[in-house]
Structures are given as structure tokens and as C-alpha cells.
Design a protein around this ligand. Sequence first.
Ligand code: PLP
Length: 224
Amino acid sequence: MNAPSVAQNLSDVRRHMADALAKAARPADSAALVAVSKKQPIDRIEAALEAGHRIFGENRIQEAKGKWPALRARYPDVQLHLIGPLQTNKVHDAVALFDVIETVDRPKLARVLSAEMERTARRPKCFVQVNTGQEPQKTGVTPDDADAFVAACREDYRLPVVGLMCIPPLDEDPSPHFELLAALAQRMELPLLSMGMSADYEAAIRLGATHVRVGTAIFGHRVG
Ligand SMILES: *Cc1c(COP(=O)(O)O)cnc(C)c1O
């Protein structure tokens, strides 16, 4: 895929988002598009930046560190979301680089994040990741543990928790997972919901997503 089609794909995805919001009787600006640029060639990312897009998602600290500082020097208003698992030994880099950390999922990570935010006075907004499918290989707190963990993040660790995030099982209808996440967030009075990817972002918007994470529908297939 070449550069012009990234701009076209972006406008197609934005139009589909607008249609889904309208159908759900939601305000046109109530869902943000996180363009997932992991494993994408720089020219595709630059095409999105040139088309005016500013919110991006990456799942690996090392990869993000390699490409975003130079791009950010040219586009200072870029907002970066971390959407992949975070090891505690990478927290320093994550807090320095990311504006939003969507994958807070265990007490040890919450504690180390809290200490790093205290030390550096940078406070990336946090989402708690929920393993809605209770898949053993996936990160995220279980739905049963979510209330207590969110309460600990807020009260014990004083993290700026703004919402919940989930990645439904690949082989299932995602809608029940989106509904579960929305119900949990409502119960905890968390305003933001990160859910929905290329295959299902419209369904996620109908069920309340405020952030959709879309990669291949914007950039084409990942390389490497
Ligand atoms: C890769 C990834 C996405 C984007 O997936 P696409 O199917 O390419 O849209 C979204 N969320 C997370 C957590 C990811 O790792």
C-alpha cells in the first residue's frame, strides 16, 4: 500500500466512525481514533501525520522509542497510547514516551508506575486492561477482580485512571465483551472505554467505545 491510500483509509474509517456514532445517537466527537502504527513502515506513518492524524498506538516500548522521538520533533502535538503489555523494567521509558497507558493490569505495575509518576511529575492517563474473555494467555485483570484493582489504582496508588480497555478473544463475537466492559466502567464511574479494532470498531462504538484502536484498516498489513 502506498502513501495516498493511508489518507484515503483514514477518511474511510473516520466516516464509518461518524456513521456508527450517528446511529447510536452519540455526539460526533465522542469517539477518538487511535491509529495503531506498530510494525508499520515509517512512510505510512508519515502519510497519516501529513493527513493531519495525531493519535497513535504502539504495543512495544522498544519499537516506539526507535521511531517516535524523531517524528515527534516534527509533530509535537502527537499523542501516543501504549496498547501492549508493560513490564515494570520498562516503566521509566513508558512514562517518558507515552501520553496514555492503556494496559495497567496488576498491582506491581500500578505501584511502579505510581512511583515513576511521582518522581518525574509526568502523569500519563491510565486505562485498566480487563481480560473479558478470561483467557489464560492474555494480560488484564479478570472481570471479578476489576473493581478492587481499579479502587487500589485510584486510592492506594493515586494513578490517573480514566477508563477500561479490552481485547476480546479472537474467535468470539466481540459484542458481549464490549457490553461487559461498558457495564464495568459504568459501575466504577470511569468515563472512557478503549475497545474495538479494525474488524469490529463500529460494533464497539455502538456499545459505547470512546477510543477505537485501528491498525490494518488504516495502514494495511503489518511488516515483520
Ligand atoms: C495490533 C492491535 C490493534 C490493532 O489491530 P488491527 O486489527 O490491525 O486494527 C488494536 N489493539 C491492540 C491491543 C493491538 O495490539
